[in-house]
Ligand binder design. Structure first.
Ligand SMILES: [Zn+2]
Length: 547
């Protein structure tokens, strides 16, 4: 878990800590918690949202665990309550502008993640119950710092800065395997029961309060940007023993998953260089994971070919993934211009083809974001000869993305359709966007069909559900569109948002009935909407009772 915070953040944290203790002294907890959450509107909003976190009654009443957990013991925090805390934190993160669902990067990370999960399962690091209860979801955060962090309930965050910095998937896998181990070994639950003996609810509230408090109200910065995620982690610093365990078990998982364990060393070397340069601001991971000589020596000893240190092969997927992260992490025009201009470097042709392609790819993406379409097309034409044979999927993708940006939806469709089951997630999403851009009911009907086929196996895909709602709306199926919007909110753990949408759908049913416009399909839809709303109402009632 990456962790760090500057002095300011540290002061904030100790303030929160003091407030926390004050809160704990006298009931009623919730009234106190609201006050603790403070008068600043942002903070209050976040805390109020958190109050919706349900938890077992005994914990809500402030019954302290009878013993401190030891390593390998998650204390009194059940899988279910840890997951609920994670869900409530994710509800805020999904809304954050720095939360980024980029299907291309997401897929690359997911491929690594699934292999690590399979290896952890195989090694018996993950019980069936743990696997079933937790989310096992990796989110991308648009943040240039080199960091990754684990949240309660099996959620992981990966900063784009990390993806942009690693040389290959093996290095990325080493960090993910380490974080995965923090989750499978229930390190977070152990910390939570140690830190907040009264209630995991308060722990969750504290996490979110720290997130909110560390956010500058004037900068309009995102909740999870920069130091915030780090601030949480400073609050939750893992012990040395936990870190050792995460290194040791993570190393085994990574090796069993078929990654080159040299990646662990490669990552360490990067961090070591950064720490020599005193570049800790950009490497928050270093603060939570100080490179002790012991840690480095331990990892080097685990290398199978100790005598012959070697580099790990870097391939097209590796360099283009990092290049994409470098492009997408930019939020200001200067940064985008810098990437765009680096493709004009006269020495570029002396680089290896991989490196040339990486520079050009990042430049094309930056030009598109800068709306410099001519420049983007010129660079695309230089990129083609390098990647069209060597990395055909990336080539198709960047062409389709360019076409979409240029408003050439039909060209994008021509490139993407007909791939069928071989389509990547990115291709399915781009194809839907292109069909939506054409905007005829027949295009939208096709988009609905294709997204529904995709979602059959992936019912929790939030981006797909969002596009499905748009396609249904464009097709004139308003009632179903609103119901899918409600599902999207539900997937984001926003039950009240889902309720709102379903009530809006009921209002539309009333209006359609008054206007005599209800068709047969609408009646079926109306009864599903009623059933969904009843289900959510009872879920929320249940949560209220559990408080
Ligand atoms: Zn760690």
């Amino acid at each position: 878990m990456g962790t760090a915070a500057g002095t300011g953040a540290r002061q904030r944290i100790s303030r929160v800590n003091m407030a926390h203790h004050k809160v704990m002294n006298s009931p009623p907890i919730f009234a106190r918690l609201l006050r603790f959450c403070g008068p600043a509107p942002r903070v209050a909003a976040v805390c109020a949202a958190l109050l919706a976190v349900p938890l077992p009654l005994s914990q809500a009443q402030g019954v302290a665990p009878s013993r401190l957990p030891s390593l390998g013991d998650a204390g009194d925090i059940s899988l279910v309550s840890e997951r609920r805390i994670g869900d409530s934190i994710m509800r805020e993160i999904y809304k954050d502008p720095d939360y980024l669902d980029d299907p291309v990067l997401g897929e690359q990370v997911q491929q690594i993640w699934l292999r690590l999960m399979a290896a952890a399962r195989e090694r018996g690091e993950m019980s069936a119950e743990l696997e079933q209860r937790f989310a096992w979801e990796v989110s991308l955060i648009r943040d240039p710092s080199v960091n990754a962090f684990a949240l309660p309930g099996g959620y992981l965050g990966v900063h784009l800065g990390l993806i942009a910095t690693v040389a290959n998937r093996h290095e990325l896998a080493s960090v993910l395997a380490h974080e995965l181990t923090h989750v499978t070994q229930r390190h977070i639950a152990r910390l939570m029961s140690r830190q907040s003996q009264q209630s995991p609810l308060l722990m969750g509230a504290m996490l979110l309060a720290i997130l909110a408090a560390s956010k500058s109200p004037t900068a309009g910065s995102a909740m999870i940007s920069g130091g915030q995620a780090l601030a949480i982690q400073t609050q939750l610093n893992f012990s040395r023993d936990m870190e050792r365990e995460a290194d040791r078990v993570g190393f085994g998982i990574m090796a069993d998953a078929g990654f080159d364990t040299q990646g662990f060393v490669g990552m360490f070397e990067k961090l070591q260089i950064a720490s020599r340069l005193n570049d800790r601001g950009n490497y928050p991971y270093l603060r939570s994971h100080p490179l002790t000589t012991e840690r480095i020596a331990d990892m080097q000893l685990r290398q199978p070919n100790l005598a012959q240190p070697r580099g790990v092969a870097t391939d097209w997927d590796d360099v283009l993934t990092s290049a994409r992260a470098r492009a997408l992490v930019q939020t200001n025009v200067d940064g985008m211009r810098r990437l765009s201009d680096s493709a004009l470097d006269k020495d570029l042709s002396t680089y290896s083809p991989l490196r040339q392609a990486a520079v050009l790819y990042a430049a094309v993406l930056s030009d598109l974001r800068l709306k410099q379409t001519d420049a983007a097309v010129q660079k695309l034409n230089r990129l083609g000869p390098l990647v069209s044979q060597a990395a055909p999927v990336w080539w198709r993708g960047v062409q389709a993305e360019t076409a979409l940006h240029l408003g050439q939806a039909q060209s994008a469709i021509d490139l993407l359709q007909g791939q069928g089951k071989r389509s990547s997630r990115a291709e399915v999403m781009w194809l839907a966007q292109a069909r939506l851009a054409l905007g005829q009911p027949s295009d939208c009907a096709l988009a609905v069909q294709e997204i529904e086929a995709w979602m059959l196996d992936r019912p929790r895909d939030i981006l797909a559900a969002t596009l499905l709602a748009q396609a249904l709306q464009c097709q004139g199926k308003s009632l179903r569109a609103i119901r899918v919007q409600a599902q999207t909110r539900w997937l984001q753990h926003d039950l009240s948002g889902a309720q709102d949408r379903l009530r809006a759908a009921q209002a539309l049913v009333l209006q359609k009935t008054r206007d005599g416009q209800m068709e047969r399909a609408d009646h079926i839809e109306a009864s599903i909407i009623d059933a969904n709303l009843r289900e959510i109402d009872s879920l929320r009632r249940e949560q209220l009772l559990q408080r």
